[in-house]
Design a protein around this ligand. Structure first.
Ligand SMILES: NC(=O)c1ccc[n+]([C@@H]2O[C@H](COP(=O)([O-])OP(=O)(O)OC[C@H]3O[C@@H](n4cnc5c(N)ncnc54)[C@H](OP(=O)(O)O)[C@@H]3O)[C@@H](O)[C@H]2O)c1
Length: 271
């Protein structure tokens, strides 16, 4: 048994699973969460056997209060978490006016409320121990708000601001924070129902994609160097740079035109 313990939300696939695998390789005990019990159980069994670590599984839907409470209860019983990774998330592609607000409330719960509550639950013990780290998984869309992604971009912007403000509050406490800002990443994200009408893998040039494994390697290296924002990949860095400059409005405009045209084609109407 190691004396390090990482809690990873959304570890049943993609970036979260890659975090679980790379941290397990370092001998770090884990708690992994998600809704797909079979996948979590199988990842946990494999990692426990291969690396002789302990892996707890929490099956919880972070879109609802009960699910978040379940993870908070686990944290109360395991206060000395050394690393929290708020990674669980999903996209809800579509024009804002075309979706019921319930869908967006779920997204706000998973991306914002859960991340905020789990951070609040782990921080006191981290501060007391003068060590620990929190990684909040954001997205480059936080810097480049696009049509079809209004609430998604908004929730990811929250994570960036939240993480940055926390970094000021936590200065000299020994606790590190990181906003991980991935771009297009191979995972289950683009295989979910909202993306079934668009083949993102085919429509987005290969050069823009990274593997979950590379995203996670970059994040863990950046954490060692105490970097507040980790933007994996040269192209993603360029996109964020453009997002911060005057080019952002132009880029958003072009992307919006492309998106609106394809949305119109798919639905036969805009709203
Ligand atoms: N892939 C990309 O291109 C990309 C780009 C930028 C940022 N990101 C961000 O990266 C993070 C990880 O996504 P990914 O790309 O690795 O996609 P993924 O393979 O679909 O993984 C998403 C994880 O979040 C969990 N999750 C989703 N909704 C949940 C809910 N209601 N309750 C609990 N867990 C939930 C999923 O678990 P279950 O399905 O088992 O519940 C899964 O483990 C997300 O925050 C995403 O916004 C992804």
């Amino acid at each position: 048994m190691s004396n390090k313990l990482a809690l990873i939300s959304g570890a049943s696939s993609g970036i979260g699973e890659a975090f679980a695998r790379q941290l397990a390789e370092q001998g770090i005990d884990l708690c992994i969460t998600g809704r797909r019990k079979e996948r979590l159980d199988s990842i946990a069994a494999e990692l426990q056997q291969r690396y002789k670590i302990s892996v707890d599984v929490i099956v919880a839907d972070l879109a609802v209060d009960d699910g978040i409470s379940k993870v908070e209860t686990w944290i109360k019983a395991h206060p000395y978490i050394t690393l929290l990774i708020n990674n669980a998330g999903f996209g809800a592609r579509g024009l804002f006016a075309n979706k019921p607000s319930e869908k967006y409330m779920e997204m706000i719960s998973v991306h914002v409320t859960a991340a905020m509550r789990l951070t609040s639950a782990v921080l006191p013990a981290m501060i007391q121990a003068k060590q620990g780290a929190i990684i909040n998984v954001s997205s480059i869309t936080a810097f480049l708000p696009l049509a079809g992604n209004a609430v998604y971009s908004g929730t990811k912007s929250f994570l960036n601001s939240f993480t940055q403000a926390l970094s000021y509050e936590l200065k000299n406490t020994g606790v590190k924070v990181q906003a991980l800002v991935p771009g297009f990443t191979y995972s289950d994200f683009h295989k979910r129902p909202d993306y079934s009408k668009t083949n993102t893998y085919a429509s987005v040039p290969k050069i823009l994609w990274m593997t979950s494994e590379d995203v996670v390697k970059t994040s863990l290296r950046a954490l060692e160097k105490n970097r507040l924002f980790c933007i994996p990949g040269f192209i993603n860095k360029l996109i964020v740079l453009a997002g911060k400059s005057g080019l952002a409005a132009l880029g958003s405009e072009v992307m919006t035109q492309i998106y609106m045209r394809s949305a119109k084609k798919a639905a036969g109407k805009i709203i």
